[in-house]
Write a protein that binds this ligand. Structure first.
Ligand code: CEZ
Length: 788
């Protein structure tokens, strides 16, 4: 029931029941929408903070995009009812709310649009959703087609529920001059200052059509009547009631009476979204709705043009068709989404901002450059980085960014390394940038050295890093809230970050300055201290609590092993040759599942008051022992660096749904989700299920692993370094790699006639592994021979 078309550029899901939560997502500069195969949808737009323009029937929390969103009958969605006026039979597209037994169903997510085909009773309804590239607005095309060869007399009713918007003031009515249902609400508030703040909000939600509506309904309860969503009373009537919703839950429904000649197709175009006032709706209509299909098609062309600016630097042809499909059509897109609109927040978490921009180095490096500078301009003179980066005027640190986390400095050199490799832009290190809390200015290098020194100092008497109320693991908030607890992971990550920074600095000048020489010693010392205090039996513990309890060890009841401590010990050099196999064995035994490695195990089933909120999450979800792909990506990266390439590749592959496990994961391979359910041994029934959430730091690391490790085409200061780590079962592969303005067509072959890697550049054997003197605009042919 799932078909991959165009090499993976298109998927067709042929039943609304096999993967009921499968979804696609579209975004632009001001909005984001995730729509699932059955018609349910979640959308956000910027005003300037992320807000919603429709709600569920109950009041909702407002934080970030949630994993595993539960859908229910009244959940926001975009639906179209169709009634055959001759016999009164009804169905709805795509599938909800009527859930009729359709003769044909197709959910077709593509990079630039999402569409659905539903057939019932010899009527075909095709819905297509597109977005403009800037405006927070949904553009819909509804096509109704007769398949019976008879004259048909139909009523078509788009039903776009608006939901419970406000306990202060909400209403809905049809504005004839606009041919639109317009619903109004007032954002509930109590503080007088919020009245002034709320002036920027777009408090109208409208549905406008290019075909005059014959009738409409704006009250949810009038629409449903006694029939309910499966068979709404309003639709059982000949014409809708044209009611007004005065302080009642509003909805947007229109009726279009349509006579079709045999095999005729008719189209209706709709705009749906938030607006400030009626004038704006009329501007939108002029801009997006007056020329019917031609204008609708422009949306596709524009969106494709937008996506092509984010196409990345890698196209692949490998023996693995699942990997090819994802990498060639979806990976860069998911990365571009993160890097271009920063997950639609105004204060991205610093670690997310830096890692998303690490990925952006492969897409639009000039954007990464600006992002690093902006982040550093918000650094404190002490070297400390803030919890979030304010990327818009007037933005403030909200939600999780008001909780002090201690890892943000780590990401500076780690992410910068990928950027420097990709661009060779070492001038960035010389840029002068200010600080948040002083008039002082210094060059980027000095900023980062200070960040490293801050990490060095933020350690206790044992030499381990304070965790405060969290590190990379957001909800690990009670290990160190009394000011004493330490994080083994952060200690290791600090040592690794220092090492990366020292290497970068050595490339610039082999004679290290005094602070850098100091850091060389300290990173060695940190590794020693972690070994001394946190190595227990066959693993590195996760930390030591405020009261001195070492946790994340076999002696614990739950949370006996944490993946991140092991991965980063491999990266930092803390693990020696005798420890590594022990750790890998412990991971295999405790954490490995068919869907990837769990982040910790066994998952916590009870609150642990000296670890914190993470232990309250449901076992197997998110940080409490899911297969948290971001952590799996760290693990994969650390394995590549260790030379465990096959095991590393396996981690990457498990992130993608394949024919074997797509029904367990419940998601199409259009994006890598932030997690798959873990708790493999504790809750086996749910294990493997996708969170359906496409916001994740995984993507940048996945891309980096492919470029730098699998295909071994990372840049260095002098040029392009060829050092592939192809999975051993691949005998060949082909890629196209764009790099510093040139194109490299690279073929890899395993062959009997070589005992070590041989690189041929335009037919000539290359001395060493680095291709130098690259001329932008040139195309190079490269053959890489690898031993079997
Ligand atoms: O968010 C992510 C963060 O955006 O969790 C990661 C962290 O490194 C990322 O920066 C691991 O903790 O508050 C919470 O409980 C959660 O931790 C969320 O913030 C979490 C969600 O999974 C959203 O992606």
């Amino acid at each position: 029931s799932i078909e991959r078309q165009l090499g993976g550029a298109r998927y067709v899901l042929k039943s609304p029941k096999t993967l009921p939560n499968a979804s696609g997502f579209l975004w632009n500069q001001n909005m984001l929408i995730q729509a699932n195969c059955r018609g349910f949808a979640l959308a956000q737009f910027m005003q300037p903070d992320a807000g919603k323009y429709v709600s569920g029937p109950a009041f909702e929390a407002k934080t970030f995009m949630q994993p595993e969103q539960p859908y229910y009958a009244n959940h926001p969605g975009r639906f179209v009812y169709v009634k055959d006026n001759a016999d009164g039979s009804i169905f709805s597209a795509p599938y909800e709310p009527v859930r009729a037994n359709l003769d044909r169903f197709e959910f077709i997510p593509e990079p630039h649009q999402i569409s659905w085909i539903s057939e019932f009773n010899q009527i075909r309804l095709t819905l297509i959703l597109r977005l403009p590239t800037e405006t927070a607005l949904e553009c819909w095309q509804i096509s109704v087609e007769d398949l019976s060869g008879q004259v048909r007399d139909l009523s078509v009713y788009p039903y776009f529920p608006i939901g419970y918007r406000s306990w202060m003031n909400q209403s809905g009515k049809f504005e004839a001059a606009l041919n639109a249902v317009v619903c109004r609400s007032i954002e509930p508030y109590q503080k007088v200052q919020d009245y002034f703040k709320n002036q920027s909000l777009h408090e109208l939600t409208f549905l406008a059509a290019d075909v005059p509506a014959d009738a409409w309904e704006t009250s949810q309860s009038m629409f449903e009547g006694e029939g309910g969503l499966h068979n709404p009373s309003a639709i059982q009537q000949n014409v809708l009631n044209n009611s007004v919703a005065n302080y009642a839950t509003p909805t947007a429904v229109m009726q279009f009476k349509t006579k079709l000649k045999p095999n005729e197709v008719k189209q209706i175009h709709l705009l749906f979204g938030p607006a400030k006032d009626l004038a704006q709706i009329s501007t939108y209509k002029a801009q997006f709705l007056t020329q019917g299909q031609a204008q609708f098609n422009n949306r596709a062309e524009e969106f494709k043009a937008y996506l092509s600016l984010g196409k990345g630097v890698l196209q692949i042809e490998t023996p693995d068709s699942d990997l090819n499909a994802y990498v060639n059509h979806w990976l860069a897109r998911q990365l571009y989404y993160h890097g271009d609109v920063n997950r639609l927040t105004t204060d991205p978490q610093t670690r997310n901002y830096l890692q998303d921009n690490m990925g952006m180095a492969y897409i639009k490096p000039e954007v990464s450059r600006e992002a690093f500078i902006l982040a550093l301009s918000q650094q404190h003179v002490s070297g400390e980085m803030p919890d979030g980066i304010l990327i818009q005027e007037g933005a403030e640190l909200k939600y999780i960014n008001q909780v002090p986390h201690t890892d943000h400095c780590v990401w500076l050199p780690v992410c910068l390394k990928a950027y420097l490799d990709e661009t060779g832009d070492y001038e960035l290190l010389e840029e002068v940038v200010g600080y948040a809390d002083s008039e002082e200015q210094s060059i980027v290098s000095e900023h980062i050295t200070r960040a490293m020194l801050w990490l060095e100092q933020s350690r206790d008497e044992r030499g381990l890093s304070y965790i405060n109320q969290g590190d990379w693991c957001d909800p690990m908030n009670m290990v160190g809230y009394k000011g004493k607890g330490v994080s083994a992971w952060l200690s290791l990550a600090s040592a690794y970050a220092m090492n990366v920074w020292i290497d970068i600095q050595r490339t610039v000048d082999p004679n290290l300055s005094e602070p850098l020489q100091f850091l060389v010693k300290q990173s060695v010392q940190i590794n020693q201290k972690v070994n001394q205090h946190c190595w227990v039996d066959d693993r590195f513990a996760r930390g030591i609590t405020d009261d001195g309890r070492v946790f994340g060890i076999a002696q614990d009841d739950e949370g006996k092993i944490f993946l991140n401590s092991q991965s980063w010990a491999l990266l930092s050099g803390a693990a020696d040759a005798s420890q590594t196999p022990l750790m890998l064995q412990a991971i295999k035994q405790n954490l490995d599942t068919p869907y990837g490695c769990m982040m910790l195990a066994p998952c916590f089933t009870n609150m642990v008051e000296d670890i914190g909120r993470v232990t309250q999450k449901f076992p197997g979800t998110a940080e409490n022992g899911s297969v948290y792909n971001h952590a799996s990506a760290f693990y994969a990266y650390s394995l590549f660096v260790q030379g465990e390439s096959d095991l590393a590749f396996e981690q990457l592959k498990k992130m993608l749904p394949t024919d074997e496990d797509i029904h367990v994961k419940g998601q199409l391979p259009l994006f890598i989700p932030n997690y798959y359910r873990g708790a493999y041994y504790q809750f086996p029934d749910e294990a493997g299920k996708s969170s359906q959430l496409f916001n994740t730091g995984t993507i940048s690391w996945f891309y980096r692993c492919l470029v730098e490790q699998v295909f071994g085409v990372a840049g260095c200061k002098q040029g392009l370094n060829i050092a592939p780590k192809l999975p051993s079962h691949w005998s060949h592969a082909k890629i196209q790699r764009e790099f510093r303005g040139a194109i490299f067509n690279i073929e890899y072959h395993r062959s009997n006639d070589c005992s070590q890697q041989l690189v041929y550049l335009d037919g000539e054997l290359l001395k060493g592994t680095c291709i130098q003197n690259i001329k932008p605009g040139n195309t190079y042919q490269v053959v890489v021979k690898l031993p079997i």
